[in-house]
Design a binder for this molecule. Structure first.
Ligand code: NDP
Length: 783
């Protein structure tokens, strides 16, 4: 090759990162790794081992222990034992351990990066520059929260022993996302890495030993799905944190239902990458590279659906094809390689199968002219155009380097297409018009929105899904709530006086003989069944009748609530507050009547409860325009807006005690946050709620915003839990019902909040949090 030719083509030479340090580390362990339990290495009870391979060349790397249920039990016991003292360890001391972890990870950054690349097949450029620095950042950031926990999370304590199950796509990073907040908040953990990628977790276990972390605070057990299932089912575990596929997430939701275990799920996605005609196309093309070819597309929030405005579609595709032609697929240890190896043959086959399906369903396939290496597990970057919105490749998570492109004409159509998915993990929006970008950001249903950027992550910013992408957040202050529970109750705003039955005033008026109707879509309607049910006072005297609602009534109510949602969501906080104040005003007009009704149903002091309810309505109104987000402090030139948003259509099954106060505290707070509701009053005291709709009718509350269905609690709860258009469910009732709703809600992964049937109502801060979900909008800047 002449010098001129060389200058013209500038071909890449090999630039390999040396793997020896990582291979030496494996060799130092004689190629075999045991389980890390109670600070020591232990052989698995079964004496079974499995091999972890290098996906780039299919060569074995090491043998790893297969943990059985007996080993899981040992690990949980060790974590429980350690919890007794770790949970009492001062925040400052925990901060020091987390700080030491961060420092050690930085000191061993190269070893970690190489080991991760060997085990996972992702390019060294990514492990070195993205995964490992972010891991260290997570430990530093959460060291800070350990330090601040006492003052900033006063009244909260650790949950207990946490079982954590992570996938293979970001092995060490997912470990950090799970372990750092758990330890910071005083929990102990048992973590199961993915079968394909256990090695960096084992190196991390060594670091725990080196820094003198008390035994049992972190336990690492390797194994397969059976090991994960044993951890999920172990009765000694107080919380499960899972990242992985929606299918396994659904199994875990069902397995933990009713067990009282706290649960957070970070699941799959089919994230839209929306490009408007005024976008900077060259930047958008680089964005696409990052969105779908980062980590071989094996990213839960990968921008796998390109939605591009029709007027610029061909231009964008041409630029994209030119860029794809220049991408380099190959040895992940080569520092000049863009796309590494797919994790395993099974994943490669899944990608090939879905690509074939795309072709069969009529989409146009394009791949670069060059071939990927024949040895190892590689797949070329792939672009599909002319993709139909309902086709398999537009709907299913491929988890590979495959982009499905669709076009739109208007911003409304872009939003509709973006939301045309069962997932809701992330979205990326490209436009030079910030008004348009922010307007669209508020309408896309996803936990993270990146504007003119993509795949930005930081410990300070929460990450997690809407819909079937799961629930719970990781990162930011919002991520900490997953690892704490209330310890001391804040003093109640106002005690309800007259608790004794003796204080029960005699009913001043005879019961009114009428059957209260349901309240759906702003109208009083008869129940579909035509049946009613008698309501009794505490001495079993009949005091009235309410309609016996059924599945059809619930479906009608959900439809009404869905229809009202968009405009209620957009109603300003100020106007929502005005409506809630108006409710209070009209309720106070009828205070005596409500007090009588409460006394009649519950035998409690009705006047005090009405007063408390009025106060609660005022509180909800006050928060309607004051429950604000924050701007996260992410370390680039960027504002990350963490915005609390309503969840959507909510079902609320009310507790038995304090029927009016429960409505004011729970339903009014959920309304104040912009949700629309289907409320099922307690079967013991439904008449307060049916009286309440007369207050609603005179208070300007838009039709469909607040719907009320009376009937059998668990029957209606099950229908609400199974309904795919209900986004969240609060269930106050007996513990058997908790399992019922949690299990039934696995269909669309709706958020559930289970509460006791009676006793004090939850505090306001928790109620506000349960009524909202946080969306992070990243807005980088720079002229
Ligand atoms: P899984 O969801 O099966 O794996 C995630 C983790 O859960 C692994 O540690 C796995 O163990 C463990 N696990 C498997 N079954 C159970 C169970 N019944 N109970 C408890 N834990 C369990 O993902 P896969 O690795 O099998 O990948 C399958 C598909 O999932 C991919 O093709 C991709 O589409 C998607 N995926 C999505 C991810 C995301 O972040 N959204 C991450 C990974 C995969 P083990 O590794 O031993 O199987």
């Amino acid at each position: 090759m002449t010098l001129t030719e060389l200058m013209e083509t500038l071909p890449y030479g090999p630039a390999p990162e040396a793997a020896q340090s990582a291979l030496d580390w494996i060799q130092a362990h004689k190629g075999r790794f045991q389980l890390f339990i109670a600070g020591r290495w232990r052989k698995p009870a079964s004496q079974e081992w499995f091999t972890t391979l290098n996906p780039a060349n299919s060569q074995p790397l090491a043998e790893v222990a297969q943990a059985s249920a007996a080993d899981v039990d040992e690990a949980v016991k060790a974590a429980r034992k350690a919890f007794a003292s770790w949970s009492q360890t001062k925040g400052h001391v925990r901060a020091r351990y987390l700080y030491a972890m961060a420092r050690q990870i930085q000191k061993h950054a190269r070893l970690f990066a190489v080991l991760e690349t060997l085990d996972n097949g992702k390019p060294i450029r990514e492990t070195r520059d993205i995964d490992i620095p972010l891991v260290a950042r997570h430990f530093y950031y959460h060291a800070g929260w350990a330090q601040l926990m006492e003052s900033e999370l006063a009244g909260y304590g650790p949950v207990g022993v946490v079982g954590q199950i992570i996938p293979w796509n970001f092995p060490l990073l997912m470990l950090a996302w799970k372990i750092a907040p758990a330890l910071a908040m005083g929990n102990t953990v048992v973590l199961k890495p993915a079968e394909f990628t256990p090695l960096t977790a084992l190196l991390f276990a060594e670091i725990c030993q080196q820094i003198g972390l008390p035994p049992g605070v972190v336990n690492i057990i390797t194994g397969d799905g059976k090991t994960g299932a044993a951890l999920v089912e172990h009765p000694g575990v107080d919380k499960i944190a899972f990242t992985g596929s929606t299918e396994v997430g659904r199994l875990i939701r069902k397995a933990t239902a009713g067990s009282g275990k706290k649960l957070s799920l970070e699941l799959g996605g089919k994230s839209p990458f929306v490009v408007f005609e005024d976008a900077d196309l060259d930047s958008a093309v680089e964005g696409v590279v990052d969105a779908i070819w980062f980590n071989q597309g094996q990213v839960c929030c990968a921008g796998s659906r390109l939605l591009v405005q029709e007027s610029i579609a061909e231009k964008m595709y041409a630029k994209l094809r030119a860029r794809m032609e220049k991408l380099r697929v190959g040895d992940p240890l080569d520092k000049a390689v863009d796309i590494g190896a797919i994790i395993a043959p099974v994943q490669l086959q899944k990608i090939q199968r879905l690509v074939q399906k795309g072709v069969e369903e009529g989409a146009r396939l394009w791949q670069p002219s060059w071939a990927v290496p024949a040895e190892g597990c590689f797949y070329p970057p792939t672009l599909f155009t002319d993709v139909a919105p309902a086709s398999t490749i537009a709907q299913e998570e491929i988890f590979g380097p495959v982009l499905a492109a669709l076009t739109f004409r208007t911003p409304e159509e872009a939003v509709r297409l973006a939301n045309n998915t069962r997932y809701g993990l992330a979205a990326s929006i490209w436009s030079e018009d910030i008004n348009l970008a922010l307007d669209v950001a508020t309408q896309i249903k996803a936990g993270t929105i990146w504007i003119n950027s993509t795949n930005l992550f930081d410990a300070a910013s929460g990450f997690g899904g809407y819909r079937e992408s799961g629930f719970g957040r990781e990162g930011g202050k919002e991520g900490l709530w997953e690892y704490v529970k209330k310890t001391a109750r804040a003093p109640r705003a106002k005690a309800v006086a007259g608790k004794t039955r003796a204080a029960q005033p005699a009913p001043a008026v005879p019961p009114i003989d009428r059957t209260a109707k349901l309240f759906i879509g702003g109208k009083q309607v008869r129940p579909d069944s035509g049946y009613s049910k008698v309501v009794y006072d505490p001495d079993r005297h009949p005091i009235g009748e309410v309609g016996l609602g059924n599945r059809k009534d619930i479906r009608n109510a959900v439809e009404a609530a869905r229809g009202a949602f968009e405009s209620w969501r957009k109603t300003s906080g100020h106007n929502k507050a005005q409506i809630l104040y108006f409710l209070a005003e009209n309720l106070s007009e009828r205070a005596e009547e409500f007090a009588r009704r409460i006394a009649q149903q519950t035998g409690q002091d009705g006047a005090a409860e009405v007063e408390a309810a009025l106060e609660a309505l005022f509180t909800a109104a006050a928060w309607a325009d004051k429950y604000e987000g924050v701007v996260h402090n992410t370390p680039i030139r960027n504002v990350t807006l963490a915005v609390p948003e309503p969840i959507g259509v909510m079902g609320i099954l009310c507790p038995d005690d304090q029927p009016l106060l429960a409505l004011a505290r729970l339903a009014a707070t959920a309304l104040a946050m912009g949700n629309t509701l289907v409320v099922v009053p307690s079967p013991l005291a439904p008449l307060t709620a049916t009286d309440f709709y007369q207050v609603l009718e005179t208070s300007d509350i838009p039709a469909g915003t607040f719907n009320l269905v009376t009937g059998e609690r668990d029957e209606l709860a099950k229908t609400l839990a199974e309904h795919d258009d209900v986004d969240a469910l609060w269930y106050a009732g007996p513990q058997a019902g908790w399992a019922l709703v949690e299990k039934a809600s696995a269909g669309n992964m709706k958020r559930t909040w289970t509460l006791p049937a009676s006793g004090p109502l939850p505090d306001l801060d928790e109620t506000l949090r349960q009524a909202t979900q946080v969306k992070n909008i990243w807005v980088p800047y720079g002229a």
